[in-house]
Design a protein around this ligand. Structure first.
Ligand code: ATP
Ligand code: MG
Length: 351
């Protein structure tokens, strides 16, 4: 960088240039007045010295001290020995442009932090709104039935049982919602201990197929295993939690699947360490716009339809939490009109 590069002037260089210009002008003037060779040199040396010192001193004192305060403020921490050295020795060499770059960099960092905070805030607001909304429906329904019963329907043998039954159903729904929320919050704070054990994943799915056989019959849905993946695979995981994951996935496939449809489970060896488990259906599928958000709490692809079926949109959020708590990943592939496949990885267990 040349001395006359005006873009990145440090206080020292600025003082040097100013002193050089003024003292040269002075020296020329005195050469013109005295015409003796040593006086202009003397004048040059003295003016240069004084001006350089004064300029440098003023700049350091009045401008760079302020900048030092800015640095201390933006880095917020108390200065260590190293930083003290930086403030006292390196900082004065920095040009105003470099300082401005530093401050801009700091401002960008802050902007990112603020963006994250804003996103969290938005998330929290949405969560509360959704929660209020989900609670309102069953509570209003209970309130409605109780009011009607108290208003005289209690004595009406024709409807009193039916109304009470409906109220009880809404209460069940509330209890389920609260249980699910409780489960998610516990998973989020990592409060539930993992009980890892080795077990055959096929057996677990088979047991669940048994449990769901009645429901499947109602819609004439076939529950089966993908051909060629029947080989028993042992996984190492928390059996109860994986059971819950599979319940949620099979329940969804049954709930949203078409009548006379198929649900197929597949268990694949991925590598020496991992197993991939997939539950597929040939139901209505999920359109692309909804896919990235499907694992969010309360998110439903088809609001009116899903709610009519009775879901709260927490099932997949629990699935994701459980799988991630195992240090594994979950994914979804789906195409409207073709079907959906939900898959997750697990560690292999001892044979
Ligand atoms: N197999 C599937 N086929 C089609 N859509 C599905 C399937 N599984 C999930 N979805 C869509 O994803 C949404 C979220 O599913 P999730 O299991 O999280 O909630 P839910 O089933 O509505 O309620 P919950 O499981 O809490 O009773 C569902 O509302 C539905 O729109
Ligand atoms: Mg569900």
């Amino acid at each position: 960088m040349s001395v006359l590069d005006t873009k990145n002037l440090s206080p020292r260089r600025l003082s040097f240039i100013t002193a050089l210009i003024i003292s040269t002008a002075n020296a020329l003037l005195s050469l013109f007045l005295h015409q003796v060779w040593y006086i202009p040199i003397f004048v040059f040396a003295v003016t240069f010295g004084i001006i350089y010192y004064l300029y440098n001193y003023t700049l350091q004192r009045f401008i760079y001290r302020k900048i030092k305060i800015i640095y201390k403020f933006i880095y917020q921490t108390k200065a260590t020995k190293k930083e003290e050295f930086f403030y006292d020795n390196i900082l004065p060499q920095k040009s105003i442009d470099e300082v401005s770059e530093d401050v801009q960099r700091w401002a960008m960092q802050r902007k990112d932090e603020i963006d994250i905070l804003k996103a969290n805030e938005q998330f929290r607001k949405e969560f509360l709104m959704n929660l209020a909304h989900e609670l309102r429906t069953p509570i209003f329904s209970v309130q409605g039935y109780v009011d009607t019963l108290l208003g005289g329907a209690l004595e009406d043998e024709e409807v009193n049982r039916k109304f009470l039954n409906n109220a009880a159903k809404s209460i069940d729904r509330l209890v389920r919602l609260v249980d699910d929320l409780d489960e998610i919050s516990k998973l989020e704070v990592g409060k539930i201990p993992m009980i890892q054990e080795s077990f055959p994943i096929h057996e677990l799915i088979k047991d669940l197929y048994e449990e769901f056989s009645l429901k499947a019959k109602e819609k004439d849905i076939q529950l089966s295993f993908k051909k060629g993946t029947e080989r028993p695979l042992i996984v190492n995981a928390d059996k109860q939690k994986i059971k819950q994951v599979l319940v949620n996935l099979i329940e969804n496939a049954l709930k949203y699947g078409n009548e006379h449809g198929n649900i197929v489970a597949g268990c694949y060896e991925m590598d020496d360490k991992h197993v991939y488990i997939e539950i597929s259906d040939d139901g209505p599928g999920i359109s692309e716009e909804h896919l990235p958000r499907i694992f969010e709490r309360f998110y439903r692809a088809d609001r009116s339809r899903s709610r009519a079926i009775g879901g709260t949109g927490l099932g997949l959020a629990i699935v994701k939490h459980v799988i991630e708590a195992h240090g594994q990943t979950v994914n979804v592939r789906s195409k409207p009109g073709v079907g959906s496949s939900f898959g997750f990885t697990l560690d292999r267990g001892d044979q």
